[in-house]
Write a protein that binds this ligand. Structure first.
Ligand SMILES: *Cc1c(COP(=O)(O)O)cnc(C)c1O
Ligand SMILES: [Zn+2]
Length: 434
């Protein structure tokens, strides 16, 4: 097989290929890195037996299924996620709405802005799409325990899928840096929750070493099957758009796993002739955690990790693991990377929340990014744009309450709770002021 081939022969089995040295490994390899050179692995599927419109109508036909794995917005696309027979660990996930809200579009300055709300997944973030694939791979390869490092959502998701599969789960989270809703989920779903004295990057190193030395299945975003599952955000979005690609797809970027997944999805759809236009991918980082944006500004001639600091804990990552994969995505899609301030993220979040949509802080980086790219002229007023909201508003309730009640100076969109006496007169006074 040629080193750059996106698919192998029809009827072959899915394999894992090293993105660095090109070595090919079987489906059953459970190491998350190349055993020869430690490079990142990429899954290569056999070319689907159906082509073009026939394949699209097969995907479409599964949309109305209400039971079994085909009811999932991930497994509906299984030819391009994990073909072949076997157990599937599914909640089901996906089937998230693609929505338009005039107030958010106006704020961003792009009239056709659509929002793909991945916070509507079973555990409240897009991580479920990757986790259903990774835990399914873990079960099919006989894993006895699973582990991940996480800024929170990955551990919430792994905890839920491991519980469903009946596998013990170990999650490594940085002390004091995980939003309340996420740690609550990991505990509730029964994961062994290890609070590490260190940051996310320390957690990832520890999880990788533990997996290598103790033989635990590693379900981090370096796991190539997570990438396979997360590709379906793009598949489902395009299906909802009648397979008409938008000009831009915009997403928040931390560890760069999702950026990598979006690029792989687009490359495959393009190679299969299922889309004719390649959308441009815009990855948005928080200014305090923007090594990838800095590198983009130098044409990717630099690669310097940072000590990350941002209110958006899900993208509080200073040394992204999927770097090389993501560089390729930005190059292949003529994409871009930019950084937005925490103030811009919180302001965009307040607009998204006030529209009744709601999202967690990191998710709002996508809309803040559209607004910044529109202001700089990178995105045109008439461009079609899909921004991905990656997580649910209830993931980080502490920050929401802080923003509206305690932050000084008082943020422009603060919605302060109003103490009143238990009288209708007080209620009337409030109504008058509204
Ligand atoms: C994980 C996550 C991100 C960042 O995705 P990466 O793949 O790490 O770049 C963004 N937002 C939310 C809500 C997340 O959970
Ligand atoms: Zn290798």
């Amino acid at each position: 097989m040629s080193r750059d081939a996106l698919f192998s022969a029809e009827g072959a089995a899915s394999i894992q290929r090293c993105g660095s040295c090109g070595a090919e490994w079987p489906f059953t390899l459970t190491a998350s890195a190349c055993p020869t050179c430690d490079g990142l692995l990429e899954v290569i599927h056999p070319h689907p037996a159906m082509h073009g419109a026939a394949l699209l109508s097969r995907f479409g036909g599964r949309c109305c299924t209400h039971h079994g794995s085909e009811a999932s917005g991930v497994w509906r696309f299984r030819e391009l996620v994990m073909p072949g027979e076997g157990a599937v660990v599914s909640h089901p996930e996906g089937n998230t709405p693609l929505m338009h809200r005039a107030s958010i579009a106006e704020y961003a300055g792009v009239s056709s802005l659509m929002l793909k709300h991945e916070g509507r997944n079973p555990t409240g973030s897009f991580k479920d799409r990757g986790m259903t694939a990774a835990v399914t791979h873990a079960v099919r390869t006989g894993a006895t325990a699973v582990a991940c490092a996480s800024t929170g959502n990955t551990s919430a998701s792994l905890a839920a899928y491991a519980a469903q599969a009946g596998l013990p789960a170990l999650v490594f989270v940085p002390e004091g840096k995980v939003a309340l809703g996420k740690i609550a989920q990991a505990l509730a779903y029964g994961a062994r929750t290890l609070i590490v004295k260190g940051d996310f990057d320390d957690c990832l190193r520890l999880a990788r070493e533990s997996s290598r030395e103790l033989g635990v299945y590693l379900a981090n975003s370096v796991n190539p099957w997570r990438v396979e599952g997360q590709k379906t955000i793009v598949f489902e979005m395009l299906q909802q758009l009648g397979w008409q690609a938008p000009d831009w797809i915009v997403l928040p970027a931390g560890n760069l796993g999702n950026t990598s997944a979006f690029g792989k999805a687009l490359r495959e759809l393009h190679a299969l002739g299922l889309i004719t236009k390649m959308p441009r991918v815009l990855s948005v980082q928080a200014m305090g955690a923007a090594p990838f944006a800095h590198a983009f500004d130098t044409g990717f001639t630099t690669h310097e990790p940072v000590r990350a600091a941002t209110v958006a804990t899900a993208i509080r990552i200073g040394d992204p693991a999927s770097w090389d994969r993501a560089v390729r995505v930005i190059r292949d899609t003529n994409g871009a990377v930019l950084a937005v301030s925490d103030d811009a993220i919180l302001d965009a979040k307040a607009v998204i929340d006030a529209a009744g949509v709601g999202c967690e802080p990191a998710s709002a980086a996508s809309v803040a990014g559209v607004r910044a790219a529109r202001a700089s002229g990178l995105i045109g007023a008439d461009d079609s744009v899909v921004a991905v909201l990656t997580g649910h508003v209830l993931k980080d309730p502490e920050l929401v309450v802080q923003y509206h009640e305690q932050m000084r100076p008082v943020p422009p969109r603060a919605n302060k709770p109003i103490p009143i006496d238990a009288t209708v007169a007080d209620v009337a006074r409030v109504l008058q002021r509204t």
